[in-house]
Design a protein. Sequence first.
Length: 331
Amino acid sequence: MKKEDVHKIWHLIQVSNRHRQAKSRRFYIISTAVAASIVLFFYIKFHFTEASDNRQDIRVFANNNIPVVETTETQLFVSDNKIISLPEKESAILYDSASIKVTSHEIVQHEISKNEVADFNQLIIPKGKRSFLTLADGTQIWINSGTRLVYPSVFPDDKREIFVDGEIYIDVQPDYNRPFIVQTSDMNVRVLGTEFNVQAYQTDGQKRVVLKSGSVKISSDISKEEIVLQPAEMYEATGTNVIVKPVDINNYISWIEGMYICESERLDYILTRLSRYYGKEITVDKKAAGLKCNGKLDLKESLNDVLTILKYIVPIDFTSEKDIYAITYKP
């Protein structure tokens, strides 16, 4: 073989090798890019799905993050490391775009920067205390004694959602792009803009929603179908039984004005509410428990005075010792 032929063959081999190497490099680059894209896709999907789930699952958060509180003071949990104690009987809390202001008798007692606040806040109202909360969207909530409220410090763009174990009266700021949802342990109340009362203590067998204005949709573990309430209607769930009936709305929201209007209410039910409101233990014997009461009680008076008024409504007597009240039937 001639020397020139050897050089030509060697040149062809080198050219072929370079083509194979170039193809291999291109295949490696493309394969790496595809693999990276797949990893990035699943990371983004997982990351944002997880974030979205955490944001939306307020009931799971509420059930998994129950503070152990043994106190007679109102507790505002703004983060794991920051808890505000409020000794006053009544307090007001205002969320705005920059901070949280806690007031008593119209004097600012605490101001917390939003930078110190976790995604979810919790407000614990012990027996004998009450609070008034204004959320960042302008929604106003009156919170009754013995209530736990969980809510985000800032609402997301698609909905507004809170969790309650206890009793609240709420005036929802209208926002038709973000429905307002009140979650309880076994009930979901969905609204756009309205005023209503939710009574849903987990320890009580009876749950109630009373609507003042607007409309709400209620779904629950008891009734799988959504129930739509109209103004001056009450949804009441007891055990596995659900009823909807017309009511006098003032009988169910008068507590926010410091009044209790009872209309054919059982005495034991009234005393349970008074026990929470005043933060005192009240016992009642069986004969007195089922007595039906009609009347108006001024909750701005002392518990002694309120029970004295009850004595004129139903045949009972009461004694007290070390802040424990005992109610007995008196024929």
